[in-house]
Design a protein around this ligand. Structure first.
Ligand code: CMP
Ligand code: MG
Length: 424
């Protein structure tokens, strides 16, 4: 093994065992101890923390040593992934310490990746099984093989469906089959519309309107969110500018209304992508101080990157809102560290109003914190008069939700910006 590869494996082992150590106990095997036999039913895979493991196969009575694995390497992953029996035996060479990786962990890891990546992994595994068994009786029982074939078929179908979906999304972006809707954000103090949030919809030829919860995760996994997000920013600023200047009845709009646009964490990951966003804002016919970019806490996981991205975006004059506040983690660190001016209180909190006293107190604390930090607050998902009145009494600044208005198509944007809401 080259030194470089050895070093990388050591590092990976360290990372992995840091993650696994709190969940699993390390198991120690004495020199010469058998860890499992070929054809055993497999459950867990193992990561070698220290020591060496010999992997050997019995082919019609002849024993072949396939590999001697050392610290940082994983084994037993084949049966753990496909549920078939162990393709080889594993024996500790010296005293060896292993950390087990359970089938559930492996299943969860596989489920979390792109269906194509899953298909690639399962295909490679299937080919290795086939090569190992070439010209021999299979090691595995018929039932397990049937199950494994079923899983493989499902993985293939999943990957195919996902690939088709992504290619349709790509075409939709080219043909502009996406549309924007605008949801008013209302000031509790006077019932005026303070701004709107631009929301994305996909007008699918066969399926009708597809909700963003269905396509945004796939767009994020594949990176398609980057061009899609740029389209959203550019298009919503253009429409907002039009609504401001070309009023159907030549009626003036209140000043300083903002347009809020969602930006995905993926869009902040690279400098060129951030630069493109900044340029779109700078070139738009909208006063940049009216532009609010909504980011989630996930976008802040790399502090240096996030700081550079937010600084560049704010240099245009735009402001930053933290979206779905309270649902992520370490949000307080984020509030200390980053220059954000608006806090969007997640709708899961708003549901507590009138239902749960502790939940109400949490909202009060969030609102107090926002005030102390000179931030604007927007309550998301306001659906009842009771919630409206409660938030108003608490001095919450803005609210957004079905009670006031659903997201509206562009032709209704101008009138929406002039409307007024009161629920007394
Ligand atoms: P599994 O089939 O669960 O149990 C035996 C393990 O040996 C297998 O997973 C792999 O981790 C490992 N293994 C199988 N074939 C090879 C090989 N050709 N080289 C190195 N390791 C192998
Ligand atoms: Mg949002």
């Amino acid at each position: 093994m080259s030194n470089e590869r050895g070093r990388l494996l050591q590092e990976r082992a360290q990372d992995l065992s840091d993650v696994l150590a709190p969940m699993t106990d390390a198991i120690t095997f004495a020199a010469g101890a058998r860890i499992f036999d070929q054809r055993d039913d497999g459950e867990d895979a193992y990561l070698i923390e220290s020591g060496y493991v010999e992997i050997a196969r019995d082919d019609n009575g002849r024993r072949h040593v396939l590999a001697v694995l050392g610290p940082g390497e994983i084994f037993g992953e084949m049966a753990a992934m496909d549920g078939l029996s162990r393709s080889a035996s594993a024996t500790a060479v010296h005293e060896t310490v292993l950390v087990s990786v359970t089938r559930e962990q492996i299943e969860a890891a596989l489920r979390s990746v792109d269906p194509l990546a899953q298909l690639l992994v399962r295909t490679a595994l299937g080919r290795l099984r086939a090569a190992n068994n070439a010209g021999m009786e299979s090691d595995t029982h018929h039932d397990e093989q049937v199950q494994a074939r079923g899983r493989m078929a499902a993985t293939r179908a999943d990957a195919a469906r996902n690939l088709r979906f992504i290619s349709e999304m790509r075409t939709a972006l080219e043909r502009e089959d996406f549309v924007l809707a605008f949801q008013p954000i209302v000031s509790f103090a006077d019932g005026r519309v303070a701004g709107v949030e631009a929301l994305l919809r996909w007008k699918h030829a066969e399926r009708g309107m597809v909700s963003p919860v269905e396509f945004i995760p796939a767009a994020e996994r594949t990176g398609l969110i980057v061009p899609l997000g740029e389209w959203v920013l550019q298009k919503s600023l253009a429409l907002f500018a039009l609504a401001q200047t070309r009023s159907p009845r030549r009626t003036a709009l209140p000043e300083g209304q903002f347009i809020s646009i969602n930006v995905s964490p993926r869009q902040l990951e690279s400098e060129p992508s951030v630069e493109r966003l900044a340029r779109i804002i700078e070139r738009a016919q909208v006063d940049p101080t009216q532009v609010k970019l909504e980011i989630t806490e996930q976008a802040l996981h790399d502090p240096a990157l996030a700081m550079a991205a937010l600084s560049r975006l704010r240099s245009t004059g735009a402001t930053i809102a933290i979206d779905d506040f309270g649902t992520g983690y370490s949000s307080l660190t984020h509030l200390c560290r980053y220059p954000m001016d608006t806090l969007k209180v997640d709708q899961s909190f708003i549901k507590a109003i009138g239902e749960d006293l502790r939940g109400e107190r949490v909202i009060s604390v969030i609102l107090g914190m926002g005030r102390a930090l000179d931030m604007h607050a927007v309550a998301e998902g306001v659906e009842t008069r009771e919630q409206f009145a409660w938030l108003q009494a608490q001095g919450c600044e803005y609210g957004q939700g079905y009670l006031m208005a659903r997201p509206l198509p562009y032709p209704k944007l101008h009138d929406a910006l002039r409307s007024h809401f009161d629920f007394d």
